[in-house]
Design a protein around this ligand. Structure first.
Ligand code: WQD
Length: 340
């Protein structure tokens, strides 16, 4: 199929472009490059051994979005594009609601107008909020995220369910990611956050490569195995392949919409990840234990059974794989894509 990947120059998007191409799909990208570097596209051309066409504009521009669908054949869309930093969303909620919702509305309308009804949507485990029992299951209700970013995901999931209800010709996969980490094993593409990383793994990687002095661990007094928070870290390669599996599934069933968790089903603590990264990199990760970060949950991990059974998909890569691949990317690209 000809697949449009929105946000395809981003971290998860770029890895998914590689896997979609490897699966035989013909991929094109739309990205506003607000949180991605154009340099990644040359890396994608090299990794896929083809040229990935890219349209550089923001999906909130309805005219440009309409023109894209009027001029390009698009059979399916994988929709990553959006603002995604939890803390940032608290500081500028209107930007997050406007960008994430408007870009999705603009996309859905253009898809509908041009007979494209197959969509894979990038959602997040953050929609489970802080009341859901572990492990998180897709049928949990009510969804109640704790940040404007998370609430945009809940709202978009709700819009998609309503759209699919009134028009069952849609084929929509909602994928709830847990904690994506890692990099393509070549080291050519990886996570390249702008500024100071909010997330744990890229911060650890920047300490290891000498860009940051010390890691701050936000609390070690949680009710967990070692007092630090536990998360379901999932390798971005497993995550990318999950999108291929979901696309295959919705292209071959008559279910208008279905939700799947993409996680390993296992929790790893902050300290466990630090130790794994030290093993993988051979580099010390000095850290200080500081106060808790507002909004952090003690633990979060998936029940991945539905995806295992219905998509034939299992996350196979270990935490050591995640750290080794992250380190290869970071050590080969100490300043991310800036080096190009
Ligand atoms: C993991 C653990 C921190 C940084 C976020 C979003 C979620 C999703 C994935 C988009 C926590 C601790 C972190 C640091 C630390 N993004 N930590 N020092 O918060 O589980 O999930 O990213 O969909 O929506 O909420 O990931 O990597 O920020 O934190 O101690 O410098 O690492 O306290 O316990 P999180 P994270």
């Amino acid at each position: 199929m000809r697949v449009l990947v929105s946000g395809g120059a981003g971290y998860i998007g770029s890895h998914t472009v590689v896997h979609l191409t490897a699966a035989g799909h013909d991929v094109l990208v739309v990205d506003n490059f607000g949180n991605a570097k154009p340099a990644v596209m040359a890396r994608l051309d090299a990794l896929t051994n083809t040229h990935i066409p890219v349209h550089a504009f923001d999906l909130t521009d309805r005219d440009k979005t309409e023109r894209l669908f009027a001029t390009e054949q698009v059979d399916a869309v994988v929709h990553f594009a959006g603002l995604k930093a939890v803390g940032d969303s608290v500081q500028r909620p209107l930007d997050y609601y406007e960008n994430n919702l408007q870009s999705t509305f603009s996309l859905l309308r253009a898809m509908r107008r041009h007979g494209c009804s197959t969509l894979v949507f990038s959602s997040s485990a953050t929609v489970y909020g802080d009341q859901a029992p572990l492990p998180y299951r897709e049928d949990y209700e009510p969804l109640q995220a704790n940040s404007p970013y998370g609430r945009t995901k809940v709202m978009i999931e709700t819009v998609l369910r309503d759209v699919a209800h009134i028009d069952p010709s849609w084929r929509i996969a909602v994928l709830r990611y847990f904690n994506p980490v890692g990099a393509h094993p070549s080291g050519a593409i990886g996570e390249d956050p702008q500024g100071i990383p909010n997330n744990l793994m890229p911060f650890i990687a920047q300490v290891a490569v000498g860009r940051r002095d010390r890691l701050r661990i936000f609390g070690d007094d949680y009710p967990t195995t070692d007092g630090t928070c536990e998360r379901d870290y999932i390798h971005v390669e497993d995550l990318a392949y999950g999108h291929v599996a979901a696309l295959n599934r919705i292209a071959s069933t008559d279910e208008p919409i279905r939700t799947w968790n993409l996680g390993t089903g296992r929790g790893t603590s902050v300290l466990e990840l630090v130790k794994a990264f030290e093993r993988a990199s051979g580099m010390p990760i000095p850290y200080d234990i500081v106060g808790r970060r507002t909004g952090d949950l003690p633990a979060s991990w998936a029940d991945p059974t539905r995806a295992n059974e219905e998509l034939g998909w299992v996350a196979t890569r270990t935490v050591d794989d995640m750290c080794a691949d992250t380190w290869r990317w970071q050590s080969q690209n100490p300043n991310g894509y800036e080096d190009v």
